[in-house]
Every structure is written in C-alpha cells, then in structure tokens.
Write a protein that binds this ligand. Structure first.
Ligand code: PXL
Length: 271
C-alpha cells in the first residue's frame, strides 16, 4: 500500500457512451493528472462522435444517493459539475452538497454537446443561475453558454469582459469564458472580480474537439485542489487541453475525442 496521499476529485456529470466527453473525459483527466477520480452520473447519453441519439436522466434521488455514497466515505478535495440535465437534478445536487464541506466547486454549465444536441432542459438554466452559481468557486462557460446565462449576444472582446462581469454578479467567485469566438484565436478570459486576464493561443485545426470543455474544467479542478492559483491553473489546464488535442488519434467519423494520456503511454513501443 502506498502511503503517499493523492488528491481526490468528484465529477457530477453525464455519461457519454463514445467516451469523448462527460464523465468519461473527466475521469481520464483526473487520472492523467495523477488524481483519484470518483463519479456521480446524472444522465446516460447514447452518443458517438456524430451525435447524441438518446438521453436517459437518472432520478434526482439516486443522484443524491451517489453523492452521499462518495462523500460519506471517500471524501473529496474538489468537485466538478458538468451535464446536469434538468432542474430537479440541479436542485438535488445543490441540496445534497449543502450537507458537506465542499472544498472547491467548479461548475461547467453544460448546455449543448459538441455535436449540437441539447443537454439541459431549457427551464433548468434558471436553476443553474439562481441555485448552483452562488455556491460555485469557478464557472467555465463557453461563449454560447455565457450568452444563455446573461441573455445577451456576445460579439466583441468588450462584450466578453462585460458578460464575465455580469456572470460574476450571479455569485461565483470567478469566471472563465472558454474558447473564444468561432473563428480567430482560442481565447480564455478569466475574471475574479479584481482582474481580467486573457489566455490566447492559435486555434488548432482539428476535428478532435469532443470533450474539450469537460477536460478543461476537470483539469482546472485538479490544479485548484492542489492549491495552485486561479490564473496559473487556467494556463496549465489550457495547455493540457491543447496538447491532448494535438496528440489525438482519429476515432469515429465526427468530432473525435482527444488523448488525455498522450504523455503517459508510448503506444508505438508497447509490446
Ligand atoms: O462537452 C459537454 C458534454 C458534457 N457532458 C456530456 C456530453 C457533452 C458533450 O458532448 O456528452 C455527457
């Protein structure tokens, strides 16, 4: 038995049968970064790289039971939420977490899949806004999720800064608006209520983009749980996503997964 301690991270999210996004991406990220991941499944999606064909939400009381099972025994150094599917599940998560000390909560307000499927009921956005955001340490919307949260179009860098400020007013301690606009550089804008910082890189021309949002938020949760400050954590999480995209294999005919373990396994020399 090893005596060295390991960071424990919990992902509360949906299952992606194609394993590019959702719980599967989160657990791969936790493992690749040396942490022990646990998972609470909110919904099971029938999905591949081309699209989502079916969604089966888990009963809210069972989502609560999973959280209680993990936190009452294993505990956690940080929690990341992803697809929460509907209002009832969001409220069950918020209520159950209120019984525990949650060290770090990163909320990825998942709304639409990489392939364009809706992953949250429309009337649930209000529950995200009023019930979950106030308890979040960091929220990581992409531009379209940020637009849905504030109910306004975001077209310029100035709009982006303004939307980060409006999202912070909803209660989280910090916001990272990820990915930038559809064309042009990939810019992640961070705002902690004091300072804006933009992390910009050239957009990578690839179809391996499935699960990049999930991976970024999970990596950020690991790094924050290690006590690394927000700006440095964002910078390192962004680099992890970029190198996982650059080293991806082509899997499936659509938006393929990235390779979380590109640093770990030398596939070509495996016997
Ligand atoms: O990347 C957002 C996301 C989150 N959760 C699940 C998903 C996706 C995107 O496809 O399938 C389960």
């Amino acid at each position: 038995m090893k005596s060295k301690s390991v960071k424990k991270l919990l992902s509360i999210a949906g299952s992606d049968s194609g394993a590019g996004a959702g719980i599967q991406a989160d657990l791969k990220t936790f493992a690749a970064l040396g942490a022990y991941g646990t998972s609470v499944i909110t919904a099971v999606t029938a999905q591949n790289t081309l699209g989502v064909s079916d969604v089966h939400p888990i009963p809210p009381s069972h989502v609560s039971s999973q959280i209680e099972a993990v936190l009452s025994d294993i505990g956690t150094d940080g929690i990341k939420t992803g697809m929460l599917a509907n209002q009832e599940i969001i409220n069950a998560v918020v209520e159950t977490l209120s019984n525990y000390d949650v060290p770090k909560l990163v909320v990825d307000p998942v709304m639409i899949s990489t392939t364009g499927a809706r992953l949250i009921a429309e009337d649930a956005v209000e529950s995200l806004r009023s019930n979950l955001l106030p308890i979040a340490d960091v929220i990581t919307p992409n531009v379209s999720e940020a637009e849905a949260l504030i109910g306004k179009r975001i077209e310029t860098m100035e709009d982006l800064r303004e939307s980060a400020r409006l999202i912070l007013e909803l209660g989280p301690r910090a916001v990272v608006i990820t990915g930038g606009f559809e064309t042009g550089p990939a810019t992640d804008l961070v705002y902690d209520g004091v300072e804006y910082k933009a992390f910009t890189s050239a957009r990578i021309n690839t179809s391996s983009t499935h699960g990049t949002g999930c991976t970024f938020a999970s990596a950020l949760t690991v790094l924050l749980s290690e006590g690394i400050n927000l700006f440095e954590s964002v910078s390192q999480a962004k680099r992890f996503v970029q190198s996982s995209m650059r080293n991806a294999y082509v899997i499936g005919d659509g938006k393929g997964p990235i390779d979380h373990f590109h640093n770990l396994i030398d596939y070509n020399n495996r016997t």
